[in-house]
Design a protein around this ligand. Structure first.
Ligand SMILES: [Mg+2]
Length: 268
């Protein structure tokens, strides 16, 4: 993921979330003590309220180790489950269709907040991305699984569907990612030809339109769609593409796309 282009509009105001969250001139107390709303043409949604709504959505609680966890009966878990229920319904007929054409059925999944939940990092950083703290967090390799995702992988395996991972994590983070996915109980082929990570130092030939060893200009969509095209060139039919960002899902080379909920950041 190109975390460097994440939109972190929520960050600045969250830094003062402990105090008043008043924008300049948003509200003023008049002589009669009533609050008068200033006229704004397009006042954005209140960040303090949004953070509360996000906590409610995930059913965020701090566990005994001080780690923020999503509740298994949260709206987040339910929304994710309904996406995965749809996908499971699709997998069998789509796999059959691909096989008819002589193609091997496959699904492809993003990693960050599609398989591994980063809620603890987002919450503790007030939803503010920082490359150094993010790298340290990934290296801990202790993120919990996104609810329902181990079950989806098991289901795909049971239907003879090949499972590939495609992440914006850097090649240097491969060891941490593999360790974390294994610890969470994912039954995956985690070999290098099934887990595609961003290798800026030695990009693959199939990304030559936007990446060389000395210059990487691939957008997220170029990187991800280009990699999916490569997987399909190997004789696979990608019947489902799963990601928490729209940039995971755009660019084609998948029969169906499945958006996993993530209201905590945006990756263009
Ligand atoms: Mg992601």
């Amino acid at each position: 993921m190109r975390r460097s282009v994440r939109v972190t509009a929520i960050a600045a105001a969250c830094a003062i979330a402990g105090g008043a969250l008043y924008g300049t001139g948003v509200a003023t107390a008049g002589d009669n003590g009533k609050v008068t709303e200033a006229k704004h043409s397009s006042e954005p949604y209140n960040i303090g309220k949004l953070v509360t709504e996000i906590d409610t959505y995930y059913g965020t609680t701090k566990d005994a180790n001080g780690v923020y966890q999503a509740s298994p009966d949260s709206a987040y878990a339910k929304d994710t489950a309904s996406v995965l229920d749809e996908a499971k319904k699709d997998i069998k007929p789509l796999a059959a269709k691909g096989l008819k054409k002589g193609e091997k059925p496959a699904i492809i999944l993003d990693v960050d907040d599609t398989l591994l939940l980063s809620l603890d990092y987002e919450k503790k950083t007030n939803y503010t991305y920082n490359s150094t703290t993010w790298a340290a967090y990934v290296d801990q390799a202790d993120r919990p699984a996104v609810p329902g995702m181990t079950g989806l992988v098991d289901y795909a395996n049971s239907k003879g569907v090949e499972v590939f991972l495609l992440s914006g994590l850097a090649e240097a983070q491969r060891g941490s990612a593999v360790k974390n996915l294994t610890a969470d109980g994912y039954d995956l082929n985690l070999a290098t030809d099934h887990v595609f990570l961003k290798n800026k130092a030695a990009p693959p030939a199939y990304l030559s339109n936007c990446a060389t060893a000395t210059s990487w200009t691939c957008t997220t969509v170029q990187y991800k769609a280009g990699t999916r095209a490569y997987v399909e060139s190997l004789g696979y039919d990608i019947i489902g593409n799963f990601g928490d960002q729209y940039s995971d899902l755009e660019g084609g080379y998948a029969d169906e796309t499945y958006k996993i909920p993530n209201p905590t950041y945006f990756v263009s």
